[in-house]
Design a protein around this ligand. Sequence first.
Ligand SMILES: [Fe+2]
Length: 364
Amino acid sequence: MNSLKTLESDSLTEERLLPYSIEISDSERKMIKEAAEHLQKKYGSFENREFVTHVHQLASYFLPERILSVAAAFASDFSKDQYGAVIFKGMMDIDQDKIGGTPPNWQSADYSKFNLFGFVCALLHGALPSKPVQYFSQRKGGGLIHAIIPDEKMRETQTGSGSATDLYVHTEDAFLKNQADFLSFMYIRNEEQVPSTLYSVRSHESLEEFRTLFNPIFKIPKDANLQNEEDEEDALDSVLYGNQELPFMRFDAAEQLFNPNIKQTDLAHHALNKFWEEAKHLVYSDFIPQAGDVILVNNHLCAHGRSAFRAGIRNIDGVEYHCERRIMLRMMSKVSLIDMRGHTLTEDPFFVIEEHLGKNFKDL
Ligand SMILES: [Fe+2]
């Protein structure tokens, strides 16, 4: 599957790589909903280990043919034409009344309302195939799905709970060696009409000028959800990795470049700065997700973020209206439980306990 390429409107010669986008048909949506309802009846919760263990087989059995084939192609395409994100428009119908008012923050969310959506997200990851996992570094685990809700007390932060400032594009958990391979974002509501931002390492015409980023000379600080402690000094890694021609990326502009507590060496800072000067013009922010849309991201190819917004305010033709605050559900997955076994709980290989670049949390 090739990512969608379109011609720039102002230039007939320049092509721009964009995320692949598909519209889910009515019959596909019906099939997905019935599958989720059936599985919910059988397994109760999408966290049920029996369900998660069989998620690949269940995805093959229950998901529409076209979604299976898009997912399979996406998971193993690292080519120059692969953006690293697929947008599924209208994956589910979401009954806004049943969801009720948006809770003040993620801590007070009622997850039973998201159970059916959890099944759908897990099946998508299962189709790749990739296994839903949880990270202690994110909300101390907190389950396989995280509700991302703007929290007034956190509005200025560079976290999922922030809102007042742009959330810089970042690959998720750039500070982990075993960061998620794939992410899904399911939009439950986005009444404020906040654009989601995406940035693909494939959007650069050439990476020749950025060879320095392959060297393990960069500090990759833990993100704003975690406190930075003593070990920042010696933990270094590269920003680009994998194939030399068509690399993967671990990149977090806010933390690697703009975190005032982190001093990169001059060489590292210069290389990162030069990269960001080009990258920031390649950020894609034309997509405004609607309730029921899902974005699936390859976390090694594509970074994500969002524009600043005023939570609970919708602007229509210059007039401001109150609305329900945004809710998004995030799921993370790993292709191999074996490769990261040194960084998962002894009794639970789906629970990642890496704290920072190969070092685990202690005393869990
Ligand atoms: Fe994120």
